[in-house]
Design a protein around this ligand. Sequence first.
Ligand SMILES: [Zn+2]
Length: 73
Amino acid sequence: MNEAFLPGSYGGDPGKLTDAARLECKICWYVYDPTVGDEYWQIPPGTPFSHLPDHWTCPECDGQRDGFMLIED
Ligand SMILES: [Zn+2]
């Protein structure tokens, strides 16, 4: 079974994400919140996950973007 198809998985498809979507790193549980942005990568508040630069990785563990899981509110 491919992990990418588990329910709630981002799976690398930005079309599944809303601008307000928060995502959690499945390795270290770091949460990317678009209302906060990301100081490490100098991402300004208000930047949706889908608009992060291609080189963006988890600031805590260097995990890949497609390893993030969508947080269901
Ligand atoms: Zn991480």
